[in-house]
Design a protein around this ligand. Structure first.
Ligand SMILES: [Zn+2]
Length: 298
């Protein structure tokens, strides 16, 4: 789950929050592509760590993909930029808007440096090979130098063929390293933790999973369903309620899930009795009189 995605449906985001959300979304498209390539087109089976966020020397570092072969670890940075760009040392510049973006190779150098430090701290001896993959079909980079650290979309097929030649006998040692790295991963970035929101300020309703719309029950027809007033999608009321309760828990992990709170969160679109029934299918009731609350069934 992504906090901003959930919050956007219930409050107005400020400019920096919206920008972050946009970056995250386009980033996700590129990452989905690379994830598919790795899982479907590789004949060998290296360990793959996706979206690896860790801390080193007091600062955070995020790596899109870490792919562990027998002797080396690939650090992959994915860029899903669209349009024509001109390559420069520190920046790549978009031709039409003249907007500058940090040169991914510089980012790559920084990420490699941090990962090397992490490996050193954790006593992991493995070579790191870093590369940038540009995944957007409408991306072009002028003045790009020949650089083995850059893979363009049209080169992925050949690159995958190269990866398939890499030694990939994965054993206990690799498994231990993989598990160790996995245990070091941070769940949410410091930036996400800093996003400020208050329960009182959020819109109370059932939000749509497909768009930013609000869902409503219809007085006619099957009452077991709920419909989005924007995209018209239909969802089982049961699923929609549980999905929205999960978001409530995610946004406010310290709040006790009382029936009154949940009822308010979903905009009072359901009777107490029906809501209780739905909650009891997934949650356990901790009885405390008026302040009884629900916890996830173990
Ligand atoms: Zn919708």
């Amino acid at each position: 789950m992504n906090k901003l995605e959930i919050l956007k449906k219930r409050m107005a985001l400020n400019t920096s929050e919206s920008k972050l959300l946009f970056l995250k979304r386009t980033g996700d498209e590129g990452e989905t592509y690379v994830s598919k390539v790795l899982s479907e087109r590789l004949e060998v089976q290296p360990f793959v760590l996706e979206d690896f966020l860790f801390e080193i020397d007091g600062s955070e570092c995020q790596i899109d993909f870490l792919v562990m072969f027998e002797y080396e670890c690939l650090l992959i940075e994915v860029k899903h930029y669209e349009g024509d760009f001109i390559s420069g040392d520190e920046y790549i510049t978009k031709v039409d808007s003249k907007k500058k973006y940090p040169n991914p190779l510089a980012q790559l150098a920084r990420a490699t440096d941090r990962l090397e430090k992490l490996f050193m701290r954790e006593n992991i001896r493995m070579k790191i090979v870093a590369l940038v993959i540009y995944t957007h079909p409408c991306f072009y980079l002028y003045h790009a130098r020949v650089d083995s650290r850059i893979v363009f979309l049209s080169q992925t097929r050949r690159y995958v063929a190269e990866l398939n030649q890499k030694p990939c006998r994965i054993g206990e040692r690799h498994k231990k390293i993989f598990e160790r790295l996995n245990s070091l991963r941070l769940e949410t970035s410091a930036y996400e933790k800093k996003i400020v929101y208050e329960y009182e300020d959020l819109k109370k309703c059932i939000t749509c999973a497909k768009c930013d719309g609000e869902m409503e029950r219809r007085s006619t027809g099957d009452r077991k369903f709920i419909y989005c007033n924007m995209c018209g999608v239909r969802e089982k009321l049961y699923d929609a309620i549980l999905r929205n309760v999960a978001e409530l828990e995610y946004l406010f992990p310290d709040k006790e899930l009382t029936l009154t709170l949940v009822l308010e969160w979903v905009g009072g679109c359901i009777t107490r009795k029906f809501l209780t029934k739905i909650l009891l299918s997934r949650y356990e009731l901790i009885k405390k009189g008026r302040s009884s609350y629900y916890i996830k069934k173990s």
